[in-house]
Design a protein around this ligand. Sequence first.
Ligand code: GN1
Ligand code: MG
Length: 358
Amino acid sequence: ITVMTDAVFKDILEIVRTPYQLSGNATAAPLGNGHINQTVLVRDGKQLLVAQKINTLVFRNPGALVHNARTIESHLEYKKEAPGIIRHLPGKDGSYLHGPDRDVRVLEYINGSRSIEVLDSPVQARELAYSFARFSRALSDLDTGRLVSVIPDFHNPSMRYRHFLDALQIATAARTTACHSEVKFVCRTEPLLDEWHSLLKSLPVRICHNDCKISNILFSELDNQVLAVIDLDTTMPGSLITDFGDMVRTCCNPEVEDSRVLERVIVRPDVFEALTEGYKKGLKGIIQAQEISSLVSGALMVCFVQGVRFLTDFLAGDRYYQVDYSLHNLDRARNQFQLFRSLQAQESELKDICLLKV
Ligand code: GN1
Ligand code: MG
């Protein structure tokens, strides 16, 4: 899918100008590096807002996103231990979706916040994991039926594998050749998918964030304090181990997700330990022994499945994730598979770390 151009973000600005009563001086600039929605920071004098065009190929029903977000907002409002979130803001007519396709929304912006792509201290890992844990804890008494499952089977590894096989059928010869060894690797590793699938079915269903990547936490500009958990679009029933897996995937890697410096792509055990500490502390009394002993499996599964998803999109011709160049999804897949191998190599040490007392 296309990357954000000048025209796209000016378009978004025009759509929100009237409903949010912006002046003629308002400007918009790209914000963050999400792969799916298009996000801009709108500045109008001192006022700052986040405006976002929802990708309706991925999120077919933007109304469901707004419904879920508002349900979560009102549930968290009176919870003392809940982490901060950013709220959806209605336009002057009270509606949350704008533009001819009703796919543009506005969220609040938190002053003095920053997001990070690569973790530079284990302290950040502990704080981040603690915040995602408190998010699930605060939602643990929300009836799962209150949230729409916006993408069913989101973390179902067997479904992801089937999509990969489908993409292999339709891929061009050039693309299939370019990723020949990655395809072989996926097929060789396939037996693990059934194991993970059964594991997921044996674990409690809980409301999870489902996109616990490092950049979905806003830190203070000044220190490592967490100001908010963001991107609630995939918050729906799921399993804690896949949330934890996404934290490992994006925090333990000293390189960004699309780095080609594969010899530097390894799981940092000190960061892993900080994640387990923060996560178990934030979910104390809720997380069960079976979930704790499955955290490493969750990390293995998420890294592998994420690699499969990038590879699938490469084979399918880059339809799902935004790419900056033609091999971008393949580079991402290689990076994730390397991280998966590093996890496998350290599996028993990491399992021991999970069992340490907090
Ligand atoms: C996507 O929305 P964004 O860019 O944070 C994706 C996640 C992937 C992630 C990979 C709805 O997240 O599942 O883990 O990219 N979201 C969806 O970085 O598919
Ligand atoms: Mg997301």
